[in-house]
Ligand binder design. Sequence first.
Ligand SMILES: NC(=O)c1ccc[n+]([C@@H]2O[C@H](COP(=O)([O-])OP(=O)(O)OC[C@H]3O[C@@H](n4cnc5c(N)ncnc54)[C@H](OP(=O)(O)O)[C@@H]3O)[C@@H](O)[C@H]2O)c1
Length: 345
Amino acid sequence: MASDGYRVGVLGATGLVGTTILELLADRDFPVAELRPLASERSAGKQIEWRGESVTVQAISEEAIQGLDLVLSSAGGSVSAEWTPKIVAAGATVVDNTSYWRMHDDVPLVVSEVNPEALQGHNGIIANPNCSTMQMVVALKPLYDAAGIERLVISTYQAVSGTGKAAIDELRSQARAIVGGYDVPEPQIYPHQIAFNVLAQAGSFADGDDHTDEERKLINETRKILGDSSIRVSATCIRVPVVTGHSEAVNVETRESLDPEQARELLAAAPGVTVVDDPAAGRYPMAIEAADSDDVYVGRIRRDPGNERALDMWIVSDNLRKGAATNAVQVAELLIERGLVGTRV
Ligand SMILES: NC(=O)c1ccc[n+]([C@@H]2O[C@H](COP(=O)([O-])OP(=O)(O)OC[C@H]3O[C@@H](n4cnc5c(N)ncnc54)[C@H](OP(=O)(O)O)[C@@H]3O)[C@@H](O)[C@H]2O)c1
């Protein structure tokens, strides 16, 4: 490992997001002096190959979090709630992928292309938005800057990898059973069979709420990232039997008039966005094409026939890449570029 660079912890290193973070740190030549993969007791001692070397996974503990500069964390909300303050107290800056810190007033919620200025003056914790919100705001930002946004009506079609490794296993085992003509195993992760089905529920219902937590995240995080609490948001989050890549149908009502051609031009020039929009030729964004890519793909850009100030569009991205790991690593890169990381080796 290079001697110059940062001491980087990856908490949740054995999970879907953590594994993708490890790949990206290597692919993007992130300046790592020491890599420390952290997970639960279950994975302690496991070997991970990283940049041609074998690195040992450590269980999270007071001892394991000492002497780090940066921690990219994706081990679930309760782990973040308990460990993030301890990691910050031990001297590291944390980029957290879980939902726990996102709506805290003193924690910036940052998308690298959208609101990097929010990093300034952070208190040691930077939150990475929810995957559905992330890809949507990357596509909305150029439209927001050009014409303002009055209202959003969103329907998501979310892949099972958004729920973690165990959800992919559940989809695969149910699909194998159905195709092979065997008894379908009982669902363990989702409330109903996900294979060959569509669930009108991504996330869970808190007591008394008729929206899922995923829908609430989309509403609240969008407003926080765009810095505009006046945007009205209606969200329906759906789980579909896709392994990777969230798709979203978004109706955007702008404050000023914006026609589809202007929107296409703004999006084509926007960082992190690729426009795929030739429906007559069968060209529009698809989850299977977005998987393993860092971009947000936008297509089916058209006028809402019922509203002269609204556009409809289809937004697709890899939920594990831009929806989680890519943005976390981009945020870490921005922290370095701007001199906002705690201690240097
Ligand atoms: N998947 C997505 O598209 C996505 C997108 C944005 C945000 N997120 C968020 O990122 C987090 C992780 O998601 P994931 O999809 O990577 O889940 P995952 O595949 O289930 O991985 C979970 C990771 O957390 C670790 N972990 C679990 N309990 C732990 C504990 N008590 N102490 C230390 N480590 C523990 C696991 O380690 P072991 O292997 O030792 O169990 C594993 O490394 C979640 O909060 C999720 O909401 C996910």
